[in-house]
Design a protein around this ligand. Structure first.
Ligand code: GLA
Length: 363
């Protein structure tokens, strides 16, 4: 590629909070994520070389090392966060290199898609191309999902990537993982969305994520696709573990439909009803899908006692990480979180990932 003089690239990828619909995507189900104002940005020079050199202020021991990746070397040769960069470079097959800085306002390992945001920001910085059509966005999502698989070995679905690429300001996104579509749905101003970090970081590589996916596949081998199954189909499973896993997925898909219907109600959503769906979702993830923890359960219960909170649930894969609370517009959980020395954010629905290239004058 003729770079036509040095060029500077700015890439941004938001994190996401999942309002409802967890552990549904890898069986082709439904989810309702929202791209948020926290994310990963890259400022870099696009250089005619075969290497990517990025320093980071991502913070934390595991990411304080600069990342140097020779494009084309196998992902397995990289360590730390360079694995993600190497895996994306393998998928993007760029004809340029990068020298620059990665910054993140997203807590890592907390269920807010920090790794997917990093991968998508790197992909966009390497290609310099803004994916605008749904087909282009799906192409980037699939490439970055493949990168996540090879960097971590975690068989994640497409929820995070479609949420990050398909985000629109003031909207949440209905992800249909079977149709592989991301459809914006306006978020009402009267609904506050808060996220509280439980203080327990988690890594999906050492979690039961892959086991849960295998259990869903085992259930599907008996009763067919869970996205099409009725509650009675799940209850007919003789294996008690598979029955509970299937019950979660079937009921969670239905809760996503109900939540979206509520958001689209012309008179505005009933935020008590949205809260009730959130609590049902958490109980299902905890009791039937077994991806919660005593710390997350306690945090959800404590949040439900707070004035203005109508619902709370774990968000993302679980096993630690963040809890989501929704409620009335004036809801403020800063003091609640401060009393527990936990980080908290009021999340705003944000636009999706973007990239811009500018020529840089030399001298
Ligand atoms: C992680 C995965 C997603 C999805 C969620 C759980 O975020 O990356 O694909 O499975 O967990 O809903």
């Amino acid at each position: 590629m003729n770079l036509d003089g040095p060029r500077h690239v700015h890439a941004w990828a938001p994190g996401r909070v999942n309002l409802i619909g967890d552990h549904t995507d890898y069986t082709g189900g439904l989810a309702l994520p929202m791209a948020i104002q926290l994310g990963v940005s890259i400022e870099a020079a696009r250089v005619p070389s075969n290497s990517i050199e990025l320093v980071s202020d991502l913070g934390g021991a595991s990411v304080s090392e600069p990342c140097v990746v020779e494009i084309g070397t196998p992902t397995s040769a990289a360590t730390g966060w360079a694995r993600y960069v190497a895996a994306v470079a393998h998928e993007a097959r760029p004809s340029i290199g990068l020298r620059g800085t990665v910054r993140s306002t997203l807590p890592a390992g907390s269920g807010l898609s920090s790794s997917a945001a990093l991968e998508i920001a790197v992909f966009l910085a390497l290609t310099g191309h803004q994916p605008t059509s749904p087909a282009e966005q799906l192409g980037v999502a699939l490439a970055c999902q493949a990168a996540e698989h090879s960097a971590t070995g975690v068989p994640c679905g497409l929820l995070d990537q479609l949420a990050i690429l398909g985000g629109r300001s003031e909207c949440a996104t209905v992800v249909d993982a079977f149709a592989r579509t991301a459809t914006p749905v306006p978020m009402p101003a009267g609904l506050a969305v808060w996220v509280i970090h439980s203080g327990v970081a988690r890594t999906l590589e050492t979690s039961a994520y892959a086991q849960r996916r295998a259990e869903c596949e085992a259930a599907e081998a008996r009763i067919g696709p869970l996205r099409l199954a009725a509650p009675a189909d799940a209850e007919a499973l003789s294996d008690p573990v598979l029955r509970r896993r299937a019950r979660h997925v079937v009921s969670e898909n239905q809760r996503v439909r109900s939540y979206v219907e509520e958001l689209q109600r012309s008179s505005g959503p009933d935020i008590e009803a949205l809260g009730a769906l959130s609590v049902e979702s958490h109980r299902s993830l905890a009791d039937d899908f077994a991806v919660s923890s005593p710390v997350l359960d306690e945090l959800v219960d404590a949040l439900l006692t707070q004035p203005g909170v109508t619902g709370a649930r774990l968000t993302g894969a679980g096993f630690g990480g963040c809890v989501l609370a929704i409620g009335t517009p004036e809801l403020d959980l800063v003091e609640f979180a401060a009393a527990r020395s936990l980080p908290a954010w009021r999340m705003r629905p944000s636009a999706g990932a973007h990239v811009a290239i500018a020529s840089v004058r030399e001298g």
